[in-house]
Ligand binder design. Structure first.
Ligand code: KIV
Length: 272
């Protein structure tokens, strides 16, 4: 299949809108550092998300709540230095946009100025509309995020599938329209029934990007360490792994240790 965007030298929000119009799926993965982002960008991936999942993957926290704006800026600027082509989106961390649209705008401006990223992402619908509108008014592209919103984990107490009941599904559909009409350029749908995700995707004009939301969305996103098989003991139903890099790293390090201990490394050619 000829992909629409292979000739694109820089993926923009408009490229994503065109991909939805032409039915070409959007591929998005997370990255938090220069080395991984360099590899990802070489593959012509469409979007790189500097997710606040860095709190779990990079920092070992149980939730995404503790990560700070300064930490997100450090990860994001490392990624941006590596990326020439993909659209780079940065998560606004918990506490930097909820309930205060002026704070939201200043947090978003810090991200854009100090990292050079292309867009920000934040979680929620109606309840964060004022923040979204203010950020958009400064010309900063916003990606929405509905369904399982990990920053609200303490409200729900569990990471189970969201919007399985009619009232929650109706609220999600309403919120998706609100984000579309407000001017968000795309919307992440996390861990909701596939049928609902498909309905939202057909009703709104902006591209939807799913994680645990079935195939009827406009694109998919996974956390890089999860899909590479690096994350241990995290096997949700929606996750497909594309490698056993966790095992591979452990084996490589064991071989290195063995070579060092047995003075098999370095050999004649590996010294001066
Ligand atoms: O933080 C993150 O990695 C995310 C994705 C899972 C969508 O928000």
């Amino acid at each position: 299949m000829a992909y629409l965007q292979t000739d694109v030298t820089k993926v923009t929000t408009n490229v994503l809108k065109n991909m939805k119009l032409h039915g070409e799926k959007i591929a998005m993965l997370t990255a938090y550092d220069y080395s991984m982002a360099t590899l990802l960008d070489s593959t012509k991936i469409d979007v790189i998300l500097v997710g606040d999942s860095a709190a779990n993957v990079m920092e070992g926290y149980q939730t995404t709540l503790p990560i700070t704006l300064d930490e997100m800026i450090l990860y994001a600027s490392s990624v941006v230095r590596a990326v020439k082509r993909a659209l780079v989106v940065v998560d606004m961390p918990f506490g930097t946009y909820q309930g205060n649209s002026k704070l939201a705008l200043s947090s978003a401006i810090r991200i854009m100025k100090e990292t050079g990223a292309d867009a920000i992402k934040l979680e929620g619908g109606q309840e964060v509309l004022e923040s979204i509108t203010r950020i958009l008014s400064a010309g900063i592209p916003v990606m929405g995020h509905l369904g399982l919103t990990p920053q609200s984990i303490n409200k729900f107490g569990t990471y189970v599938v969201r919007a399985t009941e009619a009232d929650e599904a109706e609220r999600l559909i309403r919120d998706a329209h609100i984000l579309d009409e407000a001017g968000c350029f795309s919307l992440v749908l996390e861990k909701i029934p596939a049928k609902l995700a498909q309905q939202v995707t057909s009703e709104i004009s902006i591209p939807t990007i799913g994680i645990g939301a079935g195939s009827g969305v406009d694109g998919q996103v996974l956390v890089l360490q999860d899909m590479l098989g690096i994350t241990q003991q995290f096997k949700p139903r929606y996750l497909r792994t594309y490698g056993t890099f966790g095992e591979d790293i452990v084996n490589a390090v064991k071989n290195y240790i063995s070579d060092v201990k047995s003075v098999n490394f370095p050999n004649e050619k590996e010294q001066y």
